[in-house]
Design a protein around this ligand. Sequence first.
Ligand SMILES: NC(=O)c1ccc[n+]([C@@H]2O[C@H](COP(=O)([O-])OP(=O)(O)OC[C@H]3O[C@@H](n4cnc5c(N)ncnc54)[C@H](O)[C@@H]3O)[C@@H](O)[C@H]2O)c1
Length: 469
Amino acid sequence: MTGRPVVAVQGLGFVGAAMSIAVASALDATGEPLYDVMGVDLDDSAGLARVAAINEGRFPFETTDADLVGALVEARARGNLSAGTDAEVYGRASVIVVDVPLDIDWRAEQPALRLGGFEAAIRTIGRHVMADTLVLVETTVPPGTTEKIVVPLLAEELSARGLDADSVLVAHSYERVMPGADYYDSIVHYWRVYAGHTEAAADAAQQFLETVIDTANFPLTRVGSTTASETAKVLENTFRATTIALMDEWGRFAESVGVDLYEVVDAIRMRPTHANMRTPGFGVGGYCLTKDPLFAKLAASELWRSPMEFPFSTAAVRTNDDAPRRIAERIAELLGGSLDGRRILLLGISYRQDVGDTRYSPSETFVRAARDAGAEVVAHDPLVSHWDELGRDTPAVVPPAAGFDAVVFAVSHREYRELDLPSWLGDARPLVYDGFGVLDAEQRRFLADTGCRVESLGRGSPDPLPTEH
Ligand SMILES: NC(=O)c1ccc[n+]([C@@H]2O[C@H](COP(=O)([O-])OP(=O)(O)OC[C@H]3O[C@@H](n4cnc5c(N)ncnc54)[C@H](O)[C@@H]3O)[C@@H](O)[C@H]2O)c1
């Protein structure tokens, strides 16, 4: 026992594993750690693998972020970070951070909330938590969840233990963590929104976050209720997913009328109010942007009994999910009308550059669509050695272009942006389709000059390689 306050982090996934490291790295003015951090996961194969990784000083997921790995190694050496599956830990914690999932079966015809796992996680906390502990929910949830689910479930469990139902401080503060090159920084050096179920809970959340996050440079924003904080998260992600979906139709329009949408968007971005306008892409993947735009609609009907249509948000989810299928159709068209018997090299499997997360990746949808149309697809990704969703190992190095009818750039991984094109291409002259703005004008010109047909999503110039401006 060190006498330091214990922080328990429930869920050691992409968010919780990184958050545990961030909390364990919080130091006082003399460089001493402020907390003993205990990560908790389920006693199943995935949970045990994550627990073992943390205890061995390995980050449980592929990452390119040396800061995150360095902070983990330091915390293990200091001895203030460990992981396990024993829920008793919650009974010793002054702060419990909730980083478990809350799912939607978003691809179903009638999507619904799947609250079971989240509710079970909250009940587990309620069966062990001490009075005055801060329970900080970071999970992305349907707006209203803290008020209508978390607080009542904790009250029920506390009452069953003969404790005061209101004796726990409940707050919500959503994660904006971005797995990728700046994984660790996106927690510690980034702005946060938070709210408490009570004023005291909001104050406790503020005090805790100020010790973990560089709030001097990235100030916290307190909003009026936990429902407001939950709404901020889902609106933030819905905004992003919707603007991506919007560009889908403009990309196709640009292609059909011979306009380069990248040039158009760059011109518009000069206007400060439009500086973050998106360019078209290969689709949207990952665990968040795929489902989050449906949370408000489901909250309205399932938590607030006040159903509302969310036509834009709903259409965004469908449009983004369909994007890779439309790209497969476009490639069939470019190859003369059919993918039957064609060999395609797909470069990029994860949903984002510098990330190894393959959940709901657009590349998976693309491969399934191309395979259904009769193509053979070889897929590579520098950060994915085994593709769980498709149950296959992937080549360790970028396969040469030889033998492929088409090469599709799907993710802007650094390895692809810096590919040595002449040696990779050799004598092959495949169709090169850039689905994510991976190749620059010079690279596209080189490929075209060697005799490849080069096409890019959203670049519809009759000369696909306009001179640089
Ligand atoms: N991945 C991201 O980039 C990201 C970014 C911001 C917010 N979020 C949100 O954060 C939340 C977590 O996402 P994630 O990507 O880390 O999910 P994840 O699936 O990678 O990890 C969740 C972990 O929680 C564990 N878990 C489930 N029930 C548990 C329980 N009762 N006790 C202990 N552990 C339990 C699971 O075994 C898993 O290891 C989600 O709401 C997500 O939308 C994710």
